[in-house]
Structures are given as structure tokens and as C-alpha cells.
Design a protein around this ligand. Structure first.
Ligand SMILES: Cc1cc2nc3c(=O)[nH]c(=O)nc-3n(C[C@H](O)[C@H](O)[C@H](O)COP(=O)(O)OP(=O)(O)OC[C@H]3O[C@@H](n4cnc5c(N)ncnc54)[C@H](O)[C@@H]3O)c2cc1C
Length: 397
């Protein structure tokens, strides 16, 4: 009989792939139990847009992207973006740094190939994968129960069932009730890295929906993000908005609405803008487009947000070009969010992601209540957490 301890990994997404990849098969008999007939569906969804595996910034800067502060420091310092890239390259997935400093698989490598390579790597370690295994709770004698009638005894269980968005991928968040019933503090899911509702006038939507606001800077509560946002029928989304998710969500929770300020011309000061407008011989709208090089959609946004008097007052206009206030009414549909916060409260886990109230049970990835902007930070966190736990368990026995 095998003297190895058994590990059941519940869920087969990014964090499950990571912990499985690093667990020592000499010490552990590892099986991934996934409810779907395939692994990593959300990983594949992530690959449909820009597939940011991680970000290339310095690890110290990277740590500051995660909230609450310091929660990922240890895991990230053990397995940072450089080590993640080196590991990917080792197993056959070379990456490159894009102009946004985000890290992608080199051109030509599709997300499904990335997933296949990781899956094959896990298989070479001898770990097993069971599909159609939807975990539904524990039996009275502490075994893992599955919807298909399966009852599994495991020495260690690592839960990697994801957050509460994109339910179609299998990450439906329904595990939260089972954990609550066992006395674990589980917070309601909130959308993060998502679109926010803005009450745009209909004439503005007609002209601007689907148009990007490029090279802008956004601010909220003293925090700033630089990048791009997209006007949609319902509101606003995009990388610059996602980067302020934490601040926006906290304002929405505390005040019922949030406001962001858009700097439509980050390269110029208010004084320079006023000077250019005053020196221009063109009509005001033409001057904004030709002399200030504001794209049409930015001018339309100014016109739809300001009164005619405000728009025609050069000083007021310049202030608003630099700090246009936009009221966000609420987060859009949680199921369309790139990630969610909420889930298992961090006070419930120890330094190695073990549930304090349920010894031998660990929780990784988006099941935990943390936040980070999209752009590679989410997958990096899942892989760092998986690596950290595997390292700990490998040293443990
Ligand atoms: C549209 C989109 C784009 C994204 N783009 C990026 C990006 O470019 N860069 C980035 O870093 N991140 C991106 N992300 C986020 C990233 O994909 C997630 O943060 C990451 O996949 C979370 O990993 P996880 O292991 O916590 O959960 P998941 O990847 O969600 O995996 C959870 C797994 O558990 C399974 N499961 C759930 N319940 C059960 C159960 N009861 N029993 C058994 N199995 C179960 C699910 O089927 C699923 O396979 C994107 C996400 C989306 C939706």
C-alpha cells in the first residue's frame, strides 16, 4: 500500500493547475476533481482577449497592486513574475513583454496550447484528473461528497473553485453556502475589474458607444490610473477603470455611488490648455480637435457632461478637460466581471492558506477575498499562491 498522503484538489482552474504542478508526487498522491469535462475554462476565457499571464513590473511595485496590502507578499516573493516566466519557458511556453508591460505567450501560442502544456506537465508528474466531479459538501464522517455519488477520503484537501463571475465556466460560487454552514466567514461576492453604470444622455450613447478614450488618466480617492477606457451603452469599462476597482467598490459600498475624474489630456497643464485655446484662431470645437488633439469622442464627452455655458468658458472647460467628473451609479452585472472580491475572509486562513477552523483544508485563488487589477496580476496571484502552498506541503512531510 502507498505510504503517500492523498491530496484532493477541488476545481481545476489556474490555482489548481499551479499547486498540482509544484506538488511533490513522491510524497503525495494527487487528484484534481473538476466539475466540467475539461480544465481551466476561465483560463481559456481569459485567453480570448489579451491573454496576460503576468505583468513585467518590478516585484516591489507588483506587490502594491494587491489588496489587502501584504497578503500576497510572501507567495509573490517566492514565485514572482520572473520565476513564473522562467517556469513557463521551461515547460515550453515562452513569453514576451508587450508595450503595456503585460506578459503574453509568444505570438502563435494559443491559450488552449498553454493549458495543454500545463496539463501535460501535471500528467508527467503522475497526478490524476477526474472530470464530472462536482463537489457538494462533506459527509458526516468528513469525506468529500460529489454530485455523481462519489465519496472520497483524502488526507489533505485544496479548494480551488474560483470566484463568482462567468458562471458558464463552472465557477458559480455556490460553494460559499457549504463553507458558511461549517462556520467559515464567507463574504458576499462583489464584481471587480468590471464595467460601471453611468447615466449617459442618449444622444451621447448614439455617438460614442463602443469608442475608446485613449491616453487618459483616471483618479478616485487620491489613486490614479493611466490607460484606456471604453464608453458603452450602459457606462464605462476598460483597463484604466479596472485599476481603480478597489477604490470605486469601496465608495459604492459606503456611499451608494462613486465618482471618478478623467484627465483627457494628461500631457498638458490647465494653463497650457487655456493658452492654446486663447491663441487659436479656430472655432472652439475645431480648436479642441486640431490644436489640442482631443479625439472626437472626448469632445463629445465634454459637451454631453458640461452645460453650454461651462463649455464656452475657457477656464472652466480647461479644468474639466483635466478633471472631468463622472458619476458611477453601480457595478454592472457581476457575471460579466473579470474577477470578484468577497468569498472566504482572509482572517479564516493561516499563512499557508489553510482554513483555521478546518485543519487539513486549504483555499486558493479567487475563492479568497482579495483584489487586484486585471493585466496579469490575477493569474500571477493564483500561480504564486499555488506555488507557495505546494512548497509548504512538500516541506511538511
Ligand atoms: C473574461 C476574463 C478575462 C480574464 N483575463 C485575465 C488576464 O488576461 N490576466 C489575468 O491575470 N487574469 C485574467 N482573468 C482572471 C483569471 O482568469 C482568474 O482570476 C483565474 O482564472 C482564477 O483562478 P481560480 O483558480 O481561482 O478559479 P477558476 O479559474 O475560476 O477555476 C475554478 C474551477 O473550479 C471548478 N469548480 C467550481 N465549483 C466546483 C465544484 N463544486 N466542484 C468541482 N469543481 C468546481 C470550475 O469549473 C473551475 O474549473 C480573466 C477572467 C475573465 C472572466
Amino acid at each position: 500500500m502507498s505510504s503517500r498522503k492523498t491530496i484532493a484538489i477541488i476545481g481545476g482552474g489556474a490555482s489548481a493547475l499551479s499547486v498540482a504542478a509544484f506538488l511533490d508526487a513522491g510524497k503525495y498522491d494527487v487528484t484534481i476533481y473538476e466539475r466540467n469535462r475539461g480544465l481551466g475554462r476561465k483560463f481559456l476565457v481569459a485567453g480570448k482577449g489579451g491573454f496576460n499571464l503576468t505583468h513585467s513590473e518590478r516585484v516591489g511595485d507588483m506587490m502594491r497592486r494587491y489588496s489587502p496590502p501584504r497578503f500576497l507578499d510572501q507567495a509573490l516573493s517566492e514565485f514572482d513574475n520572473e520565476r513564473f516566466r522562467a517556469w513557463l519557458a521551461d515547460i515550453g511556453i515562452p513569453t514576451y513583454v508587450g508595450s503595456s508591460r503585460r506578459v503574453f505567450p509568444v505570438q502563435g501560442i494559443k491559450p488552449i496550447e498553454v493549458l495543454t502544456v500545463i496539463k501535460e506537465y501535471i500528467a508527467t508528474k503522475g497526478h490524476k484528473i477526474r472530470y464530472d466531479y462536482k463537489w457538494v459538501g462533506w459527509s458526516p464522517d468528513g469525506n468529500l461528497l460529489f454530485e455523481n455519488g462519489g465519496k472520497i477520503e483524502s488526507d489533505i484537501t485544496i479548494f480551488c473553485m474560483g470566484g463568482g463571475s462567468w458562471k458558464v465556466t463552472g465557477s458559480d460560487g455556490l460553494w460559499n453556502e457549504i463553507f458558511r454552514d461549517r462556520g467559515v466567514l464567507v463574504l458576499p461576492f462583489l464584481a471587480s475589474n468590471c464595467a460601471y453604470k453611468v447615466d449617459w444622455p442618449s444622444h451621447f450613447i448614439d455617438k460614442a458607444s463602443g469608442r475608446p478614450l485613449k491616453n487618459i488618466s483616471l483618479s478616485n480617492s487620491g489613486h490614479q490610473s493611466i490607460g484606456e477606457a471604453m464608453i458603452t451603452d450602459l457606462g464605462i469599462e476598460g483597463s484604466a477603470v479596472y485599476a481603480l476597482s478597489d477604490q470605486i467598490q469601496s465608495q459604492l459600498s459606503n456611499q451608494g455611488c462613486a465618482s471618478i475624474h478623467i484627465d483627457l489630456k494628461p500631457m498638458l497643464t490647465i494653463e497650457e490648455i487655456v493658452k492654446r485655446i486663447k491663441n487659436s484662431k479656430r472655432k472652439l470645437t475645431d480648436c479642441l480637435i486640431k490644436d489640442l488633439k482631443l479625439e472626437k469622442v472626448k469632445v463629445q464627452l465634454l459637451k454631453s457632461t458640461l452645460t453650454k455655458e461651462q463649455f464656452l468658458d475657457i477656464n472652466v472647460l480647461a479644468i474639466n478637460i483635466k478633471e472631468l467628473p463622472i458619476l458611477l451609479e453601480q457595478a454592472c452585472d457581476i457575471d460579466k466581471a473579470i474577477s470578484t472580491t468577497g468569498g472566504v475572509d482572509l482572517s479564516e486562513i493561516d499563512d499557508h492558506f489553510q482554513l483555521k477552523k478546518l485543519s487539513g483544508n486549504y483555499v486558493l485563488g479567487e475563492m479568497l477575498d482579495w483584489n487586484a487589477p486585471t493585466g496579469g496580476y490575477l493569474l500571477q496571484a493564483c500561480f504564486s499562491m499555488g506555488h507557495h502552498l505546494a512548497l509548504h506541503l512538500n516541506q511538511e512531510y
